[in-house]
Design a protein around this ligand. Structure first.
Ligand SMILES: *Cc1c(COP(=O)(O)O)cnc(C)c1O
Length: 396
């Protein structure tokens, strides 16, 4: 288990063949065999590749699990987990689930006879009550996207166990630097490694880590059978990202908390969503199960319209308007018009994603520069701003 910077950095092996301090990129499709079936442990890169195998081992260590599997995207990783199920099975999933997971569950897997029930899993009773004898998988994200709701992993893991279900946690927003769901009782963790694990907005990748060898073997079978594997170069980029994971996440957390506090006192802001704020509804459980609150902050405007949000998200300089999160550069997005467009309006609003909600992925720039950027964006986009005392530069 490698849950601090030292352990993580040194879980990245020195190449036993050459002493190379960096992991070699085995950019190959196939491996020469001495005789049929006689090889050095590798035969074809969809099945296994040395660079990918190294990454998968590092990731399993990071999450405190047995088996890691790297996929071509976060959704390919999620897809592999759903393929553990059969027609007739049910999933109980968190209601403000990642838009792409909602699309996959509802528009792909319901066709194959898998039912999905969405519940607010911040109240663990809702999870318990939604379970039927057909429920085989409980799916939570914590924190959720984009309203940063926190669900109690350990309690839901106990509910899952008592009902013979698997618990899968999408740990993308927290990253294993802050939260290790398998150690809290979950069976499977997935990541969009596109976000904090990669950390530089330069790749698309996904990860599954299982607690047990048995579940790991099933995921590896699906990985090989379905074939959405991650290429060696992307594997190498993630290994490089993981080297600085703890360092980056620490600074993301510091910057995000400052930004959340700034937004909280701003007169044009209606509500701030950040689990590190004491008035966040799930602050206590967030503190208990994670060692930090992450780099994503969302907020809504007093003027709760898509128009007002559009004005704001086009007025920032350092916060670039783009989907995704977890990179070095700060990004912002407007979920109602971007990431959550595929979710029906009523369902989206019911999950707390109102029309003006803006999601920030707070990057690694100087804290004061980010706050000044938000300050000038408010000044240029919000009419009420003129008569407030917040026209100067924020120095906090
Ligand atoms: C981005 C994201 C995904 C999907 O990952 P891709 O790499 O884009 O396929 C899944 N879950 C969460 C929470 C995400 O943020």
């Amino acid at each position: 288990m490698s849950n601090n910077a030292t352990q993580t950095i040194h879980s990245i092996p020195v190449d036993p063949l050459t002493g190379s301090i960096a992991v070699p990129i085995y950019q190959t499709s196939t491996f020469v065999q001495e005789a049929p079936g006689v090889n050095l442990g590798y035969d074809y890169s969809r099945t296994n590749n040395p660079t990918r195998a190294t990454l998968e081992k590092i990731l399993a260590g990071l999450e405190g699990g047995h088996t890691g599997a790297a996929f071509a995207s976060g959704l390919a990783a999620i897809d592999a987990v759903v393929k553990l199920l059969q027609s007739g099975d049910e999933i109980v999933a968190v209601d403000d689930i990642y838009g792409g997971a909602f699309r996959l569950f509802t528009h792909v897997y319901e066709q194959f006879g898998i039912k999905v029930k969405y519940v607010d899993s911040t109240n663990t009773n809702n999870v318990f009550e939604a379970i039927t004898p057909q429920t085989k998988l409980i799916w939570i994200e914590t924190p959720t996207n984009p309203t940063l709701k926190i669900s109690d992993i350990a309690t839901i893991a106990r509910i899952a166990k008592a009902n013979n279900c698997l618990l899968c946690v999408d740990n993308t927003f927290a990253s294993p630097a802050l939260q290790q769901p398998l150690l809290l009782g979950a069976d499977i963790v997935v990541h969009s490694a596109t976000k904090y694990l990669g950390g530089h907005c330069d790749l698309i990748a996904g990860v599954v880590v299982t607690k047990t060898e048995e579940l790991g073997a099933k995921i590896k079978f699906i990985q090989n059978a379905s074939g959405a594997v991650l290429g060696p170069f992307e594997c190498w980029l993630i290994i490089r990202g993981v080297e600085t994971l703890h360092l980056r996440v620490k600074q993301h957390c510091i910057n995000a908390l400052e930004v959340a506090r700034y937004l909280e006192q701003h007169p044009a802001v209606e509500k701030v969503f950040y689990p590190g704020l004491e008035q966040h509804a799930n602050y206590a459980i967030a503190r208990q199960q994670a060692s930090g609150f992450g780099g994503v902050v969302s907020f809504t405007l007093k003027e709760d319209t898509e128009d007002a949000a559009t004005k704001f998200v086009t007025a920032t300089t350092y916060f670039r308007l783009a989907e995704s999160l977890g990179g070095v550069k700060s990004l912002l997005c407007h979920p109602a018009a971007m990431t959550h467009k595929s979710i029906p309006v009523e369902k989206r609003r019911a999950a707390g994603v109102s029309d003006s909600l803006i999601r920030l992925s707070v990057g690694l720039e100087e804290t004061g520069d980010l706050i000044n950027d938000l300050e000038q964006a408010f000044a240029h986009s919000v009419s009420e701003q003129k008569n407030t005392k917040f026209n100067g530069h924020y120095l906090g």
